[in-house]
Each structure stands twice: as structure tokens, then as C-alpha cells.
Design a protein around this ligand. Structure first.
Ligand SMILES: O=C(O)[C@H](O)COP(=O)(O)O
Ligand SMILES: [Mn+2]
Ligand SMILES: [Mn+2]
Length: 567
């Protein structure tokens, strides 16, 4: 159910009413376990296999304070209930307390109605079509987390019908939100579409490519070299790997036994005379066709900012650039975009800041923006710098996360512990990344180690909450590590003729747990039983209650009830 939003003219005070039964002044620890879903026990359920005494105790210890909530599909604003959850929509829902139609859906609607071609962003890039090339850069898969190939197909068709005569696609192979190895089929599909466009007289080709985790799609400024590798291929047309076609590139590069879609090296496609077919030059138009923000912001900065010192761009072409969406509402980046992003407003972070609640948020780099930027409705920065402190622990760079599966979980938890014990904060919020980041590698052994580290991190935080008489909320943003194998329709792992299974690197459709507790929680506070379909968006009202306030009326309802406890 979409939240009821206040209508025009309806008064919308920022001051929150005091909760009738829950007091103020307790420290509330909010832990988001990234990629931690609930699934039946199974050898491919790494959370089940891992030693996780802290989370097990929450589940078994107080059944009236542990439950499951929905974290995928329409419950988090995605187009359908076949869409797995992800960090962006998950943290948006957790922080905003309301369900917004998300980027994937907004782009679907704009493409279906044709409104995308009437908007300012498209009209802006269209000015380059007469003399320049239209470049489309983004993730090539049907994962639906950052982009969708069917949207790219519609955009290619629509752009050519609206005047684009020369189109170059710069692909990023996936293997993370979809199965490893599927890149070959996606490239074949795209090559077919481009061939059809060529038959219609449009000069359309794939110009460059690379694996998303090694080329372009870094996030939160963890490693600018990733973006530079993409820049060299997409803008300069210069990479060590050169091929006559993208299909050949992907097939040949995958021949290396260590290769996978996520980490394919960058390549460019050459024409018959040995020249790159599509470097980006003055007068061209560029669209980054991912709808999701986090892994496009860095490239958007490189494409848009005149002043830029993150790497040597060598050439800074004068282009017309538009994002599929505007990726950062605070930075207004990029300034041109094809589809207006969801206007996520009146988030719990803003309400709490305006009601004097002091907040500390922390994660390591690869998830830092999740508990800050996504949590606050895709808004970077503080609501009130005097009340908020956001701290980032640098993530490991240059290695896949199965190499160091404990990641910085304990370091993040120790920062949270110190913040809890300091007495300076009312809310201490963290994201613990392991189950997700290691789960995405498809390495089961490493994921089990990662889940154990995440459990240890939770214990450190719960111990600190115990010490200060506080309250905890432990939940997750979507599933991942609880199901690590490709299954058939009946749920059985699919085995090839040698008995091997294929690891599932993506998120899942599973619900996630939420647990509340701590010495500061009112004895009569338990989960309600009248909200069987509750999802992540119900968490914000819950957290606001635990700070001693009633939640705003237009929020999804709180998960808790408080019965008076007789003396
Ligand atoms: O960007 C990624 O790492 C994956 O596509 C999605 O993972 P996340 O939604 O947990 O960030
Ligand atoms: Mn996540
Ligand atoms: Mn993930």
C-alpha cells in the first residue's frame, strides 16, 4: 500500500507529538545488516551455516520482539513483486517511512507514455543529434537494480525515432545482479537490436565495455581508478584490449579461467581501419542509462564538472550530458536528466533532526552512503550539522571482498560502540556490509566467514546498548547470503552434468528479520500482530516511537504496540 501523503494546504508540522507510552532519552542503536534475509535451513543458506549466536538469540530469545518484514517488490516501490530488493530502495524505505515509486518504475512509466521524449533532458541532448553522436553508458542486464536492458532497448528505439543518427553504446557487464556468464546473451541481444537499427539507416554500435566492478561503477569514491578505466575506454577510446566487436571481446576475455562478468577488463571496439568506433568527442550527447544513483555519481561528476581532480581526464569533451535520473538531489547532479527522480521527502532523519535528536551514522566506504545518502532520501550532507555526525571507515580497495570477508564489520561496530558510550548521541545507526558484499562474490566459504563477522559486530553494539540502558533495532535491507545457489522452480539447486551448482551472486526475494530489545525498551513493547504484510517502510515509524515520539500520520504504521504493564 502506498502511503497517504498530506494533501495541498494540509498542515504539515515538523514538531512530533510525544509518544503516549514511550519515553524520550534512551539511546537507540539501529543496525542494518546488508543482504541478510530469512530462508529455510539449507547448505546454501550461508547465514544458517555460519556461526551466528547473537542473531540466533534474538530470534529464539523473544519471539514477540522478532518478526519478518517484506524487503522486495511493491513493498519497497519496485515495479512488480518479482523484483528483488536492493540497498537503494531498501534504505530509502527504512529511512523515509513511506513507499515511493522508485526509479525503475518511473522510467518504465516515462518510456511507456513517451513523456521521456518531451522532457527537458531529452530535448537538451537532442540538440546534439544533428551533428554529434549519442552515447549511452550503463549496466547491461535485466537485473533491475541499477538498470534494465528492456529500458535501454526502448530508449535506443525512441532516440533513433527522435532524430539520433549515430549511436554508440558503452556497456558494463553485470554478473552481480544476474548470473555470472549471462553477459554473452545480453551482448547478443543488444547486437541484434543495433543491427536492426543499422538496417533502418542509424549508425548504431557498441563502442566499449568492461565489468561493472572493475570499470566505471565504483561508489562513494572508494576507488577512482575504477572510473578512470571506464573513462579511458569510453571517452578516450584507449585500452590495452581491443576487439572488432563487443561479442568477441566478452567471449575472449571470459576465456581466462579467472575472468568473470563483474570484473572483465575494459575494452574498446575498433573499426576496419583500426580506429576506436566511438570515443566521446566535442559536440556529442551522453546519457548514463542507469536509474540507480550510487554507482553513477562518480562518472556523472567526471562528465559534468569543469573542475575535477580525481584523475587525469586527458580530454574533457564539450558534451551535452543527461542522467537517466538526477542522481543526487542535494548536489543537483547531473543538472540534466531524462526522468525526474522520486521526490523522497520528510524522511525520519529530517524529522528527528528537527526534533533535537542527535544522530551518529557509520559504515565502511562501500556502504557509507547507504546509511546516510539513501537513508535520507538520496540526499548527501547533514540536516543539522550540530546534531549529526556521519563517519566512514575506509573499505579495502583493489580486491574482491571474498579475499577479506570480515571486511570492516568489527571496526564499524567499535565506532558505533564508542558513539553509544560517549553519551553524545540519541541514535547510533550502522550498516554492516558482509552478508551482501561477500555474498555478491558467489564464494560460499567466504560468505560464511563474513556472516560470522557481521554477527560479532552486532554483539559489540548490543553490549554497548546494554551498558547504557538503551534500545536496539536490528534489521536488514534485503536478502542475499541466505540463498547462494541457482535453483529450479521447485527450489532444488540446479546441477550440471558434473554435479556442479551455479552460485547465486544476486539479492533475493526473501523477507528480512527485525528484532527490537535492550534494557531501555518499555517492558510492554512488542510487535503488533495486525500487520502481517509490513515491510521496510514500517521501520521508520517504529524507530521514531522508540525515540519517544509519535510518528507522522502519513508514515507507514509502526510495528510496535505498547501495553501498560501493571506494577
Ligand atoms: O551495486 C551493487 O553492489 C549491487 O548491484 C546491489 O547491491 P546493493 O543494493 O546491496 O548495494
Ligand atoms: Mn544492500
Ligand atoms: Mn547487494
Amino acid at each position: 500500500m502506498m502511503a497517504r501523503r498530506p494533501g495541498a494546504g494540509e498542515e504539515r508540522p515538523w514538531k512530533l507529538a510525544e509518544h503516549a507510552r514511550l519515553g524520550k532519552g534512551k539511546v537507540v542503536g539501529v543496525v542494518v545488516l546488508d543482504g541478510w534475509g530469512e530462508a529455510p535451513p539449507d547448505p546454501f543458506n550461508c547465514i544458517h551455516v555460519a556461526d551466528t549466536p547473537t542473531l540466533d538469540a534474538l530470534k529464539k530469545g523473544a519471539p514477540e520482539r522478532w518478526r519478518l518484514i517484506k524487503a522486495h517488490g511493491t513493498a519497497v516501490g519496485l515495479p512488480t513483486d518479482d523484483d528483488m530488493g536492493n540497498s537503494e530502495v531498501g534504505h530509502n524505505a527504512l529511512g523515509a517511512g513511506q513507499i515511493y515509486a522508485q526509479g525503475a518504475k518511473l522510467v518504465d512509466l516515462a518510456l511507456a507514455s513517451g513523456k521521456i521524449y518531451e522532457g527537458e533532458g531529452f530535448k537538451y541532448i537532442q540538440q546534439s543529434f544533428e551533428t554529434g553522436t549519442l552515447h549511452l553508458i550503463g549496466l547491461l542486464s535485466d537485473g533491475g537494480v541499477h538498470s534494465r536492458i528492456d529500458q535501454l532497448q526502448l530508449l535506443l528505439k525512441g532516440a533513433s525515432e527522435h532524430g539520433a543518427k549515430r549511436i554508440r553504446v558503452h556497456i558494463l557487464t553485470d554478473g552481480r545482479d544476474v548470473l555470472d556468464g549471462s553477459s554473452v546473451t545480453f551482448v547478443e541481444t543488444l547486437e541484434n537490436d543495433l543491427a536492426k537499427l543499422r538496417e533502418k539507416g542509424v549508425d548504431a554500435r557498441i563502442a566499449s565495455g568492461g565489468g561493472r566492478m572493475y570499470v566505471t561503477m565504483d561508489r562513494y569514491e572508494n576507488d577512482w581508478q575504477v572510473v578512470k578505466r571506464g573513462w579511458d575506454a569510453q571517452v578516450l577510446g584507449e585500452t590495452p584490449h581491443k576487439f572488432p566487436s563487443a561479442l568477441e571481446a566478452v567471449k575472449k576475455l571470459r576465456d581466462d579461467p579467472k575472468a568473470n562478468d563483474q570484473y572483465l577488463p575494459p575494452f574498446v571496439v575498433l573499426d576496419e581501419s583500426g580506429k576506436p568506433v566511438g570515443p566521446i568527442v566535442d559536440g556529442d550527447a551522453v546519457v548514463t542509462f542507469n536509474f540507480r544513483a550510487d554507482r553513477m555519481v562518480m562518472l556523472a561528476k567526471a562528465l559534468e564538472y569543469e573542475d575535477f581532480d580525481k584523475f587525469d581526464r586527458v580530454r574533457f569533451p564539450r558534451i551535452r550530458y543527461a542522467g537517466m535520473l538526477q542522481y543526487d538531489g542535494e548536489l543537483k547532479l547531473p543538472s540534466h536528466y531524462l526522468v525526474a527522480p522520486p521526490e523522497i521527502e520528510r524522511t525520519s532523519g529530517e524529522y528527528l533532526a528537527r526534533n533535537g535528536v542527535r544522530t551518529y551514522a557509520c559504515s565502511e566506504t562501500v556502504k557509507f552512503g547507504h546509511v546516510t545518502f539513501f537513508w535520507n532520501g538520496n540526499r548527501s550532507g547533514y540536516f543539522n550539522p550540530n546534531l549529526e555526525r556521519y563517519e566512514e571507515i575506509p573499505s579495502d580497495t583493489g580486491i574482491p571482498f571474498n579475499v577479506q570477508p570480515r571486511m570492516k564489520a568489527v571496526e564499524v561496530a567499535e565506532k558505533a560502540r564508542d558513539a553509544i558510550l560517549s553519551g553524545k548521541f540519541d541514535q547510533v545507526r550502522v550498516n554492516i556490509p558482509n552478508a551482501d558484499m561477500v555474498g555478491h562474490t558467489g564464494d560460499l566459504e567466504a560468505t560464511i566467514v563474513g556472516c560470522k563477522a557481521a554477527d560479532e559486530a552486532v554483539k559489540i553494539i548490543l553490549d554497548a546498548i546494554e551498558q547504557v540502558g538503551g534500545i536496539f533495532v536490528v534489521t536488514a535491507d534485503h536478502g542475499n547470503a541466505e540463498d547462494m545457489v541457482k535453483r529450479d522452480k521447485s527450489g532444488k539447486p540446479i546441477r550440471d552434468k558434473d554435479g556442479n551448482v551455479q552460485p547465486l551472486t544476486s539479492h533475493t526475494l526473501n523477507p528480512v528479520p527485525i528484532a527490537i530489545g535492550g534494557p531501555g525498551l518499555a517492558p510492554g513493547a512488542t510487535f503488533r500482530e495486525d500487520l502481517p504484510d509490513a515491510g521496510l517502510a514500517n521501520v521508520a515509524a517504529t524507530v521514531i516511537n522508540l525515540h519517544g515520539f509519535e510518528a507522522p500520520h502519513h508514515y507507514e504504521p509502526t510495528l510496535i504496540q505498547v501495553s501498560p504493564v501493571p506494577f
